[in-house]
Design a protein around this ligand. Structure first.
Ligand code: XMP
Length: 508
């Protein structure tokens, strides 16, 4: 299959480039800057990402551009553009002040194929401390802004080279998608064959070949990733698939039963395991968040293994790993700070092979695949929910009573978001019980001394960064009223207005 390679020089927005290319129905891979594949017969073009570094620093990331030049069209974005310039006789210097934010293009060379169809004064997004003060040899200016003369350039060769100082991948570059389409489709010649329907067709076929008559085990979580894997596998191998869904007792209100019903409605063979007694007794009295996580992780593996072992002839373990879990992200030292992690802990004697059918998909693509498989919308558009569940949303030790309070408050919160039409705009929302804090209130004629509930809702595209969602006051007022009136044990509701970073999405 045709693909674009995106070489990552450590920019925050590299993944976004990947998603934009995929939105153009073109397969792409994001690789560390120094790992261009040996086998590149399917590669139709290369994109060089941005970076927090300066090309003239001693520890800057460099590559052998001659290996690519003349063989593939190249697009350098920000640092990528500077790198090309630096290597081919241009000059890159500190801009003195960082240029950050919206700019308008004042000049566009419409003969440059990268800018085909661009409007005059198109808005672009800049974020750079260095500028290209001299273009590489043979290059022409393709676009300028009021302050940046070399905002974009091109070297018109048979396999042309382009550089943009601005970031076409970000939302604030209003014609960024057009620019990327010009590159990927017109210049690189993508046939735009990557789409959910084709993915389903080819993956089902590949799974049949891979698995044959073997049996497969899959751990379901109720989330979209593992659910999509289940339905894909079910379509490929039917009842050779057995799913295991563990209830640790800290799911949302009614979630275990609702999700079991959904799964059964989809025709899946699911073993539901109520292990809440085990989890809650092992967690009794534990307040430290990391300890909670460790206990839950350990118990989960134990419970899952005990069930999995009963399926004695299983040969495969399927997982809902998705592409962002596997992209090796770099930090400024060039060291990989995140690499592929498999769920460990399965008994070795089971000799299970790993099957990860959606490992190439971004989250939005997983959802598209789910829709194309005909899965119910509420299962597909469900907010992410952490593995340890409400355990990391109860600050303090965990008891059944606290879980009950939080489930009730959370259910009111989520229902109101749905009724207000806000649920789908929000990446993730949930209530948090501050069980170690008590405050005074008055209900009727009685003094109360009870716990607060904090509400968290964020907008995000990948959970790496997030902003608090600007829920209208009227909706918050209704939620607060309803929670305090209906949930015994809660006399105060607060709204969390912290972004990530520096806060995280979960409180623990
Ligand atoms: P944070 O709190 O780190 O969360 O901003 C980022 C995303 O990850 C989810 N999350 C988890 N998911 N096990 C999971 O499966 C966990 O231990 C866990 N902790 C956080 C969180 O809900 C958010 O979507």
């Amino acid at each position: 299959m045709q693909k674009i390679i995106i070489l990552d020089f450590g920019s925050q927005t590299t993944q976004l480039i990947g998603r934009r290319v995929r939105e153009l129905n073109t397969f792409c891979e994001i690789l560390p800057y120094n790992k261009f594949p040996e086998d590149d017969k399917d590669v139709i073009g290369v994109i060089l990402s941005g970076s927090p570094l300066s090309v003239y620093q001693n520890d800057a990331f460099h590559i052998d551009l001659d290996r690519l030049r003349g063989r593939l069209p190249i697009l350098g974005i920000c640092y990528g553009a500077q790198l090309i310039s630096y290597n081919y006789g241009g000059k890159v210097e500190s801009a003195g002040t960082r240029e950050y934010g919206r700019q308008q293009l004042q000049y566009i060379d419409h003969a440059c194929p990268l800018f085909k169809g661009f409007d005059e004064h198109s808005q672009v997004w800049m974020s750079h401390g260095d500028s290209i003060t001299k273009l590489p040899e043979g290059a022409q200016i393709a676009a300028s802004t009021e302050t940046v003369a070399n905002a974009a350039y091109y070297i018109p060769e048979e396999k042309p080279i382009f550089g943009t100082q601005f970031h076409p991948e970000v939302f604030h570059t209003l014609q960024g998608t057009l620019l990327l389409k010009n590159f990927v489709v017109d210049i690189c010649g993508s046939r735009q064959e990557w789409c959910a329907e084709k993915f389903v067709e080819s993956t089902v076929q590949a799974l049949r070949e891979q698995i044959g008559k073997d049996r497969v085990i899959l751990g379901l979580s109720g989330g979209v990733d593992s659910s999509v894997v289940a339905v894909l596998l079910h379509r490929a191998i039917g009842d050779q698939l057995t799913c295991i869904f563990v209830d640790h007792g800290m799911l949302r209100k009614n979630e275990f039963n609702d999700v079991m019903r959904d799964y059964q409605g989809l025709g899946l063979k699911v073993i539901g395991v109520d292990a809440s007694d085990k989890f809650l007794s092992d967690l009794a009295g534990i307040k430290d968040p990391e300890q909670k996580r460790k206990i839950i992780g350990r118990d989960f593996v134990e419970v899952f293994n005990a069930e999995a072992k009963k399926i004695t002839d299983a040969k495969w373990l399927a997982q809902g790993t998705i592409y962002p879990d596997r992209i090796e992200s770099l930090n400024i030292t060039g060291k990989v700070i995140k690499s592929h992690h498999n769920v460990g802990g399965l008994p070795k004697e089971m000799h299970l092979q790993l099957c990860e059918p959606i490992k190439w998909l971004f989250k939005d693509e997983v959802r598209r695949v789910g829709r194309s498989l005909g899965m119910p919308e509420h299962l597909i558009s469900r907010h992410p929910f952490p593995g340890p569940g409400l355990a990391v949303r109860i600050l303090g030790d965990i008891t059944r009573e606290k879980i009950h309070i939080l489930q009730e408050a959370d259910a009111i919160y989520i229902q109101n978001l749905r009724e207000a039409g806000l649920y789908d705009e929000i990446w993730q929302a949930g209530a948090i019980l501050l069980s170690e804090v008590r405050s005074v209130g008055v209900m009727g004629d009685e003094r109360t001394y009870e716990n607060p509930i904090a509400l968290r809702a964020v907008t995000s595209s990948d959970a790496m960064t997030a902003d608090w969602a600007h829920i209208p006051y009227e909706v918050l007022a209704k939620i607060s009223n309803e929670i305090i009136n209906k949930v015994k044990g809660v006399n105060r509701v607060c709204y969390d207005i912290s972004s990530k970073p520096p806060s995280t999405i979960e409180w623990e």
